[in-house]
Design a protein around this ligand. Structure first.
Ligand code: GLC
Length: 581
C-alpha cells in the first residue's frame, strides 16, 4: 500500500521535477504565493504545468496530479493576468453576479495555464480588521459571505467542471475571522524566522479562536454550509486553533462536523506546513492531522519524508488503513469530477484569454461597484474640465492597487504587471491639460478648483499584515494637507486592504472614497470619482473611529462613524446596518 499515501501529498513546484512526480506518483503539485515558473508569463506557466501533469501520467497508475495555485483575485501570480479587486472590495459590491463572473473569468485564465485547482474562495468573516487577511474576506456579514462564496464556487466550476472548470477550495475551515489579537501561537520553523522582521506582524494570524460553539456555527460555519451546498469539492483547514486546539488536529470539527453533520464528500487539504506545527515529532503531527480528518497534506517540500512516514504510521497501526482509503477515495472522487481520470476531456482554453480585454472590462466594472463614498460634502463628482491637482504615489501604482497575493506572495509597489491606474483614468476622462499630477503633492503656488489625493497601505500578506495601529502615517497626512492648501474641493481616495483610522483626513477633505484593493483596472475608481458612473458600493465591514472600536459591534464605544452597509453617495438610501440596495 506504499502507493496509496502518495495521493495524499501535495508538493510545492519549486523543488521537484516532473520525473520525480512520475516516480513518486504524488497527488498534487502547487505554486505557492509567487511560485512562478520561468519568466512568470502565462506561456511559461502552461509549459511548466503541462510538464508536471505529463509526468504524473507516466506514474505507475497514471493518475494525473491536480495542479493548485492561489488564484484569489484572478490568476494573480501570472504577469499579464487580469487582477480583480480583492474580496473585501467585492463584498462592497454585495453582488453575487459580479463574484460569479469574476470567478468564471479567473477559472478560464487559470485553466489556460493548465492549473485545475484554485485555493479560493476565502470564506473568512473578518471581525478584527487589524488582521492582515481582512481583505481576503468578503464581509463581516456571514450571510453575505455565504452568498458571495457560493457564487464564487459556482463561477470556478462553471457549467461543466470537467470541460473548462477549475476546482475551487473553500478556506480556511473554520472560524479564522474570530482569531484573537496577540494569540498567534506559531511553532517556530527556521523558514519562518525571516517573517519576524516585519513590524508587528504575526500577532493575530494563525492565532486562537475563543468564541463559543453557537457563535462559531452562526457566524463562521454558515458560509461553509452554503459553499458545500454550492458544490465545494475541497476545503482547506485553518492554521488557527479553537480554544487552544489546532483546527488541523480537530477531529470533531474536521470529521464529525464537516464530513459527518454537513455531509462534505470532497477532501480536506492542509495549509502550507500546517501539519508540521501540530507537534515537534513529525510522526505524531502526521498521525494527528490524518486521523483528525486531513486528507491531503500540503507538505510542501519533502514528499519522500511524508509518504514514508504515512506508510509507517499505517503499518504501525497509528493510522487506520480505512482512514487512508477514505482520504484517497475522496481525492480520486474530486479528480474524477474534474475530468482528470480517463481520457482528458477538458477543452483547451486558449492562452490569449489571460488578461483579455473582456476580463479587464469586467474587472473595471467591479472596481466601479466596489468604491464606497464614506463622506461627501458636495465634492463629488469632480468635473472633467477641472482643473485638478492629483497627488499620492498610489494613484499611479499598479502594485499598491493590487496588494498582496500579486505576482509575488506578499505583493510589491511598482509596475509589477499590466493594467491601468487611477491616474490613467483621470487623464482619460478629463479634458486635456485639466490634470496636474505630482506624487508628492508639490505644486508650488499653483491653485486649482479640485484636488484628488490617495492615501494607502503598502502591500502585505497573511500575518505579516497584522497591524496594531491603523492610523494614517504622518507623511500621508502631510501630503493631504499640502494639497488641501491649494484646492477648493478636495477628494481623498483610500487604497487599502481594510478600514484605516482616518478622522484627521475626514476633517481635511470634502469627500472620502474607500477604494479597497482594486487590482489591475484601478482606473475604474476615476470613472466613479469623475461621474462617468454612479457610486453604488456599501461598507462590507464597519469602519471604526479608533482602535478601541475594532472588533466591537458598532456602538459599543459610541457609534463607529460608519456601520456595515454605509454609503454617503448622493441618492443612496439611508444607511442602516445590513441595508443593501
Ligand atoms: C498560505 C495560505 C493559504 C494558501 C496556502 C498555499 O500560507 O494560508 O491561504 O492557499 O498557503 O499558498
Amino acid at each position: 500500500n506504499l502507493r496509496r499515501q502518495r495521493q495524499m501529498c501535495i508538493r510545492d513546484r519549486g523543488s521537484i521535477t516532473p520525473d520525480e512526480v512520475a516516480d513518486w506518483a504524488i497527488g498534487s503539485v502547487l505554486s505557492g504565493g509567487g511560485g512562478n515558473p520561468g519568466d512568470g508569463t502565462a506561456s511559461a506557466w502552461r509549459e511548466a504545468v503541462d510538464a508536471f501533469v505529463e509526468g504524473s501520467r507516466r506514474s505507475r497508475l497514471g493518475i494525473p496530479i491536480l495542479y493548485g495555485t492561489d488564484a484569489v483575485h484572478g490568476h494573480n501570480n501570472v504577469i499579464g493576468a487580469t487582477i480583480f479587486p480583492h474580496n473585501l472590495g467585492l463584498g462592497a459590491t454585495a453582488d453575487p453576479e459580479f463574484v460569479r463572473a469574476i470567478a468564471r473569468a479567473g477559472a478560464l485564465e487559470t485553466a489556460a495555464t493548465g492549473a485545475r485547482w484554485s485555493f479560493a474562495p476565502c470564506l473568512a468573516v473578518p471581525q478584527d480588521i487589524r488582521w492582515g487577511r481582512t481583505y481576503e474576506g468578503f464581509s463581516a456579514d456571514p450571510e453575505l459571505v455565504g452568498v458571495l462564496g457560493s457564487a464564487a464556487i459556482e463561477g470556478w466550476h462553471g457549467d461543466d467542471l470537467a470541460a473548462t472548470g477549475v476546482v475551487a477550495c473553500a478556506k480556511h475551515f473554520v472560524g479564522e475571522g474570530a482569531m484573537v489579537w496577540g494569540t498567534a501561537g506559531r511553532h517556530r520553523h527556521p523558514w519562518m524566522d525571516w517573517w519576524d522582521g516585519w513590524g508587528s506582524g504575526w500577532l493575530l494570524d494563525q492565532g486562537d479562536i475563543q468564541i463559543d460553539e453557537d457563535e462559531l456555527r452562526r457566524v463562521h460555519l454558515m458560509p461553509f454550509v452554503a459553499a458545500i451546498r454550492a458544490g465545494a469539492l475541497t476545503v482547506m483547514a485553518c492554521y488557527g486553533s479553537w480554544h487552544g486546539r489546532r483546527l488541523h488536529a480537530h477531529h470533531r470539527l474536521l470529521t464529525e462536523l464537516l464530513k459527518g453533520e454537513l455531509g462534505f464528500e470532497g477532501f480536506v487539504v492542509s495549509d502550507w506546513m500546517a501539519v508540521d506545527q501540530l507537534d515537534a515529532d513529525y510522526d505524531t503531527a502526521v498521525a494527528l492531522a490524518i486521523n483528525s480528518g486531513v486528507d491531503m497534506v500540503m507538505v510542501p517540500f519533502d514528499h519522500r519524508r511524508f509518504v514514508t512516514t504515512a506508510v509507517e504510521l499505517v503499518e504501525s497501526g497509528r493510522i487506520a488503513r480505512e482512514r487512508v482509503d477514505d482520504a484517497v477515495r475522496r481525492i480520486l472522487r474530486v479528480k474524477a469530477a474534474a475530468g482528470l481520470l480517463g481520457e482528458p476531456t477538458q477543452d483547451p482554453v486558449p492562452i490569449d484569454v489571460v488578461g483579455c480585454d473582456e476580463h479587464r472590462a469586467l474587472a473595471r466594472a467591479a472596481v466601479r461597484a466596489s468604491a464606497v463614498v464614506l463622506v461627501d460634502r458636495g465634492a463629488l463628482p469632480i468635473p472633467p474640465a477641472g482643473p485638478i491637482l492629483a497627488a499620492g504615489e498610489a494613484l499611479d501604482d499598479i502594485g499598491i492597487a493590487c496588494g498582496g497575493w500579486t505576482i509575488s506572495w506578499e505583493g510589491s509597489p511598482g509596475p509589477i504587471t499590466d493594467g491601468s491606474t487611477v491616474l490613467d483614468g483621470l487623464l482619460r476622462l478629463s479634458e486635456s491639460d485639466a490634470v496636474r499630477y505630482d506624487p508628492n503633492g508639490e505644486f508650488g503656488t499653483e491653485d486649482a478648483a479640485f484636488g484628488i489625493v490617495s492615501i494607502h497601505e503598502l502591500p502585505y500578506v497573511e500575518g505579516a499584515g497584522d497591524r496594531a495601529d491603523l492610523s494614517v502615517p504622518s507623511d500621508l497626512l502631510d501630503l493631504v494637507r499640502r494639497v488641501r492648501q491649494r484646492v477648493r474641493q478636495l477628494v481623498v481616495v483610500v487604497i487599502s486592504g481594510r478600514p484605516l483610522l482616518i478622522e484627521p483626513i475626514v476633517e481635511l477633505a470634502d469627500a472620502v472614497v474607500a477604494a479597497w484593493l482594486p487590482g489591475s483596472e484601478a482606473d475604474g475608481i476615476a470613472e466613479v470619482v469623475m461621474g462617468a458612473a454612479p457610486f453604488t458600493g456599501r461598507l462590507p465591514v464597519a469602519w471604526p473611529r479608533t482602535c478601541q472600536h475594532i472588533g466591537d459591534a458598532p456602538g459599543v464605544h459610541g457609534p463607529a462613524p460608519w456601520p456595515m452597509g454605509h454609503s454617503a453617495a448622493s441618492g443612496s438610501s439611508a444607511t442602516a446596518e445590513g441595508d443593501r440596495a
